[in-house]
Design a protein around this ligand. Structure first.
Ligand code: ADP
Ligand code: MG
Length: 350
């Protein structure tokens, strides 16, 4: 608590897909063990290190246990603001890692072995809640950022854009977002499904919409402190702890170019994906040592405003970088690896 903590960055390499195997793509990414990964292809030969590397053979359970996700859930129960975000190009396995393959099929429920970090975290959270005699009040909100507009994925009816505000006590927050209470796995999983279906429906309206939107599911955890001598306390004298656990499924990172010039950056930002560029920019600046840091431009996008606390402030953050092992994805893979390596230098003070 209060100590500088590095962002925890883990890497997941998905298996080659059937299409990739059929057309004979080379596998250019190899896990070396101990968190090291090697990329070798013509004119490229590089090794990167992470807190953990999960290769094609890693199960969903192994990713949950080895990524530090369980500890993140426990910290959120203890009142910290915890965030896990999945980053990588479209098709690299972000949604699979967070939710498992359920997002792809409406009718068949996914096998329990394939459930992602989110469902596993919910289970862990509810178990903890039961073992503490249900003194945790849990609620969820689910938002999508598309084209710099925030949409509530839980509220029924036609989507409308919600305002993002700032206050001294709350920091940045979304006004009028729906927050739904839950106390069972069925309820929270069905909220997740409903929300991600809303997100997906719009994918048909516009080409590649889903890869252009960021989805943020936040679990709010309030612990009602137990006091055998409550009668002594005035109401509100002991407010209890309040933590959050936020899952961020980022838009596909492809086509987001690294450029040094702010002029070019802003042109791309306007036309392509302002949020991801702003996030990359904030991460680059945050990765500098505290003494050399300049102003961090969180206000440049809605995504960075919403992630300000988890990235630069008092949050605990886990980043899951996702890549394909295929030679055809080489340049995007290298860009994800560089981005993720830079993120490892970011520190927060939980
Ligand atoms: P993204 O969300 O990054 O665009 P997806 O999670 O939708 O990518 O993954 C793309 C495809 O690859 C999906 O069909 C998914 O089921 C499959 N996939 C991704 N990761 C894995 C994995 N670790 N094991 C098996 N299949 C995977
Ligand atoms: Mg996805």
């Amino acid at each position: 608590e209060g100590r500088e903590t590095r962002l925890r960055v883990v890497l997941r390499v998905r298996p080659l897909s059937c299409t990739e195997t059929r057309r004979g793509d080379q596998q250019v990414v190899h896990s070396l063990g101990d968190g090291a990964v090697h990329v070798s292809a013509a004119r490229h030969d590089a090794t990167f290190g992470f807190s953990a590397v999960f290769d094609a053979g890693a199960s969903q359970k192994a990713v949950f246990e080895g990524s530090g996700m369980r500890q993140l859930v426990e910290l959120a129960i203890d009142g910290f603001s915890c965030t896990v975000f999945a980053f990588g190009q479209t098709g690299s396995g972000k949604t699979y890692t967070l939710m498992g393959p359920l997002a792809q099929s409406d009718t068949q429920p996914a096998s329990p072995a394939l459930l992602g970090l989110m469902q596993r975290s919910f289970t862990c959270l509810l178990e903890q809640s039961r073992s503490r005699g249900s003194d945790l009040a849990l609620s969820a909100s689910y938002l999508e950022i598309y084209n710099e507009q925030i949409r509530d994925l839980l509220s029924p009816g036609p989507p409308c854009s919600l305002p993002l505000r700032w206050s001294k006590t709350r920091g940045f927050y979304v006004e009028n977002q729906l927050s739904v209470e839950f106390d069972s796995l069925e309820t929270i999983v069905s909220l997740l499904l409903q929300g991600s279906q809303r997100r997906r429906t719009s994918a048909h309206a516009l080409n590649r919409h889903s890869s252009r939107s960021h989805a943020l599911l936040t679990i709010h955890i309030r612990s009602r402190a137990h006091h055998p001598t409550t009668w002594v306390l005035q109401a509100g004298a002991c407010p209890g702890k309040q933590g959050t656990l936020c899952f961020v499924d980022l838009a596909g990172s492809e086509r987001v170019k690294e450029t040094g010039s702010s002029g070019e950056l802003s042109v791309e930002a306007n036309s392509i994906n302002r949020s991801l560029l702003a996030l990359g920019h904030c991460i680059s600046l945050l990765a500098k040592s505290r003494g050399k840091r300049t102003h961090i431009p969180y206000r440049d996008s809605k995504l960075t405003r919403l992630l300000a606390r988890s990235l630069g402030g008092s949050g605990v953050t886990l980043m899951v970088a996702c890549i394909s092992p295929s030679s055809r994805c080489l340049s995007e893979t290298l860009s994800t690896l560089h981005y993720a390596s830079r993120a490892r230098r970011v520190t927060t003070r939980p």
